[in-house]
Design a protein around this ligand. Structure first.
Ligand code: FE
Ligand code: CA
Length: 523
């Protein structure tokens, strides 16, 4: 049986039947697990992340009562971990133990080092007689690796729990991937969308305990657990991890910075406790540094950004929503920034450095200009990049410099609950033929409902740089990079309201290395 299927069956059975049913699968780990079926500590699965040539971060959280505070009480607990270079754990190559403490919701973040580059590893945890599911992960190639092997990854965002099931993750877990990038809206603080298939417990969280329970609810999903257990993930956040459309220290609904920052501190803490990220990303109050460069040999430099923590407040609108379309001179103000000065300086340095074959800028929301107003008037969404137009111009200047150095840049984006493919050109004038400096792919949403077909058609008509758009399907993007080009596949869930829904290739594109621009592939 394939690992992914095992993981999935395991998770399903754990949820539906408790641990005893798992023993019937006959896997050695499952027999161990059954010995302590009365007290399942690993209800939230396992995860790995931040892969490097010599290791990665391993994550789990002990939570026998996941939806009500975890159930671990106040005492610390020892968690043993081991890493093997085979699925059957005959060759354990690293092991140790970590202490899970109440202050971090009994989560553990183990930074494993000393492993070999560019190969798969398997890992598991044990605590108080209980054993975790087995996870699979992978180290990155060495920095001097000549990049003969393609790099394959998935891009995901926006997984509102009530709006649908995670069939997309079931499909993703069965793909041959090196890693997954999640661009945010991993949890939603609020209800939204229509035809809910399952429900949040509690209202909009503002306290740490409520954010913990929200993450735990999402992470009990077996398909999400399967995708975490199958690959290392790189994660950033968007707005719904904290508050809808927040910018730095205010949101449309919360104008008092002290109040928003208190919520942000609780939200960032809970995010850290549930993500496979290193201790360097641990929040200090309401601050956490999570942006950075992830290298995959000489094939890929992935620049993972934080689009929320340092943002300038919305331009051109005041009040309860950034949604009414607007236009005013302020959206072009050079002092406005989506990444903040320090992150912009880091991005500029990375883009000016000798490039890998590919540079992928992983960032939350549609970068291409998008006039969204119906008719001949102009109107822009102020929570998107159009509200930060000068900062976007600075970013594209950096991308153009990277291209001039022989680099080839891709932008991967989420947030807007639609699939888009776009040619990125310097200058904002639609229809003016400036050279394409990079290619953008927006990954769609795992579950969150998107805009109407009429709205997508209007945007495609008004914005010729948007080459493809579709919002009626949920799903994710698959990216394959090699020395010659990039292949992109948008994968669409047939029916997000069904957990066992099929998932199909909906559209394919290619990008030639050194010659940016969207090339639709037929069939
Ligand atoms: Fe979203
Ligand atoms: Ca969002």
């Amino acid at each position: 049986m394939k690992l992914q299927q095992q993981l999935l069956q395991l998770s399903r059975r754990r949820l539906l039947c408790g641990g005893l049913a798992a023993a019937s699968l006959g896997h050695p780990f499952l027999r161990l697990h059954a010995q302590d079926a009365s007290r399942d500590l690993f209800t939230l699965g396992v995860a790995s992340g931040a892969p490097r040539p010599d290791g990665f971060v391993l994550w789990t959280r002990l939570a026998p009562d996941p939806l009500k505070g975890g159930g671990m009480g106040s005492a610390p607990a020892e968690v043993r971990w081991e890493v093997a270079d085979d699925e059957g754990f005959r060759r354990v190559v690293a092991k140790g133990s970590a202490t899970a403490v109440e202050a971090f919701a009994h989560s553990v973040h183990v930074e494993v080092r000393g492993l070999l580059p560019g190969r798969p590893y398997w890992y598991r945890f044990a605590a108080a007689g209980a054993n975790s599911p087995i996870g699979r992960t992978r180290t990155t190639p060495t920095e001097t690796d000549e990049a003969t092997r393609p790099v394959r990854f998935a891009v995901a965002s926006c997984q509102q729990y009530e709006e649908g099931y995670y069939a997309a993750y079931r499909d993703m877990a069965a793909q041959p991937l090196d890693f997954v990038v999640h661009l945010g809206d991993y949890i939603y603080e609020s209800s939204r969308g229509s035809r809910h298939v399952r429900h949040h417990e509690g209202g909009v969280p503002t306290q740490l305990s409520a954010f913990r329970d929200r993450y735990a609810l999402y992470k009990t999903d077996p398909h999400l657990q399967a995708a975490h257990a199958a690959f290392p993930w790189l994660v950033t956040w968007d707005d719904h991890e904290v508050a809808n459309d927040y910018t730095n220290d205010v949101s449309p609904r919360i104008a008092d910075p002290a109040q928003l920052l208190a919520i942000r501190a609780a939200a960032y803490q809970a995010w850290y406790e549930h993500m496979p990220v290193p201790a360097s990303m641990r929040p200090r109050g309401a601050d956490a540094t999570i942006y950075g460069t992830h290298r995959f040999g000489r094939m890929l430099d992935l620049l993972l950004t934080d689009g929320r923590q340092y943002r300038s407040h919305h331009a051109c609108v005041t009040g309860r929503s950034a949604s009414p379309l607007a236009d005013c001179a302020d959206r072009w103000a050079p002092g406005r920034s989506l990444f903040g000065a320090a992150q912009e300086a880091w991005l500029a340095r990375e883009l000016a450095a000798p490039p890998a074959r590919w540079t992928v800028i992983a960032q939350p929301t549609l970068l291409a200009e998008a006039d969204r107003k119906r008719g001949t008037d102009h109107g822009y969404w102020m929570d998107g990049w159009d509200g930060y137009a000068a900062a976007r111009a600075r970013l594209l200047d950096g991308v153009a410099g990277n291209k001039a150095n022989g680099g080839s840049a891709l932008v991967v984006s989420g947030d807007v609950h639609a699939f888009w493919a776009a040619d990125l050109r310097q200058g904002a004038e639609q229809g003016v033929e400036r050279p394409v400096v990079a290619t953008e792919f927006v990954c769609g949403a795992i579950t969150s409902e998107g805009p109407s077909a009429a709205s997508v058609a209007n945007m495609l008509g008004k914005n010729p740089r948007l080459r493809y758009g579709r919002a009626d399907k949920r799903g994710y993007a698959l990216m394959t990079l090699d020395a010659r080009g990039c292949a992109v596949e948008f994968r669409a869930v047939d029916d997000v309201k069904q957990a066992d829904s099929g998932v199909q290739a909906m559209a394919r594109f290619s990008v030639e290395r050194g010659a940016p621009g969207v090339h639709p592939e037929t069939a």
